[in-house]
Design a protein around this ligand. Sequence first.
Ligand SMILES: C[S@@+](CC[C@H](N)C(=O)[O-])C[C@H]1O[C@@H](n2cnc3c(N)ncnc32)[C@H](O)[C@@H]1O
Length: 377
Amino acid sequence: MNRVQEFRKERCLTQDRLANEVGISRKYLSNVERQLAVPSVELAFRISNALAVDIDKVFFDIPKMAVSEYPKPMKYIDLFCGIGGFRYASERAFKNLGIKGECVFSSDIDKYAQKAYEANFGEKPAGDITKVDEKEIAGFDILFGGFPCQAFSICGLMRGFEDKTRGTLFFDIARILKEKQPQAFVLENVKNLASHDGGRTLQTILETLRDELGYHVDYHLLNALDFGLPQKRERIIIVGSKNPFKMDWSFDVKTKKNLYDILEKNVEKKYYASPEIVAKRKAMHTPKTTPSIWHENKSGNVSSYPYSCALRAGASYNYLLVNGERRLTPREMLRLQGFPDDFKIVVSDCQTRKQAGNAIPIDMVSMVMERFIPMAF
Ligand SMILES: C[S@@+](CC[C@H](N)C(=O)[O-])C[C@H]1O[C@@H](n2cnc3c(N)ncnc32)[C@H](O)[C@@H]1O
């Protein structure tokens, strides 16, 4: 329960004005006032400051939630961890919420991803998750995982997630949730998950999480472009908690990075396309803005944007060209996903490109977590 509306009216502030002052949408503020959305602790401070009232008076229960109701530390597991996108995202969200996080288990089958993860986080992830006994995993509070999307073979008489999901990597998430019963989870997948196998794949996942495992679940398609990263990357985020919750998926992110923030100044010659390719591209296309990232689609049509199209694990290297002239460097690809520059690159360019293409947009997932976690615990 909060008293934002009462104090706002007392100060003769319109919703528009207060929302503007604290950098959120009017709609989100309205949801906060109607007790439909629970702001992060950091946002609660901003609102209270703007109202010039002590946070305790405006938000009765938020300090209590932050101080005593979150597990100490918040233990999490990082499945299909890749190079740790979820780890960065969660650590950022935890920090903003005043929570201390602790990763108690991570897993990725790819030896180059393991190497990069170990170099950056000091822990070597376990390998193939299908070979990990869920009983051997330490207890944890929240599960993170961006799992590969595979079709389920659903036979008429099959009942329960063991029958429906076995043989897919989602089964491994489900069996770990069933055994360890964490309070919450955050999962990520490609946009295509919603239409995969005529919608049955997502349906099976949601039914398993809700009906078989007893979680309250919500999901949404989000685009990294809306979270301040100059990359059009649409991903489905699925969140679940043992607590009922009402997730507000509208985010109004004011601070946005642009290509100037991403592109390196001095780029080695090896990243430049041949003069023939550059000439061919430039003959086909004139950009509206510079810098821009040129995209060649499957039919060979070229278009350019002041942001990047979605990085892909396999192919981004050749179909995306900065200003029609050169490939993105591994560091630029990592920046497009929100990885900080102190992320150590310890594997080849080719492996780093694949890893960056596989990763999650950190800024997007951390903002979702920051909003979701206070409702989930
Ligand atoms: C979409 S990527 C996730 C990337 C990660 N979220 C990040 O931010 O870097 C999926 C990952 O699942 C891993 N993977 C695939 N099969 C696996 C298995 N059987 N066991 C563990 N990891 C697996 C892949 O190696 C890949 O790194």
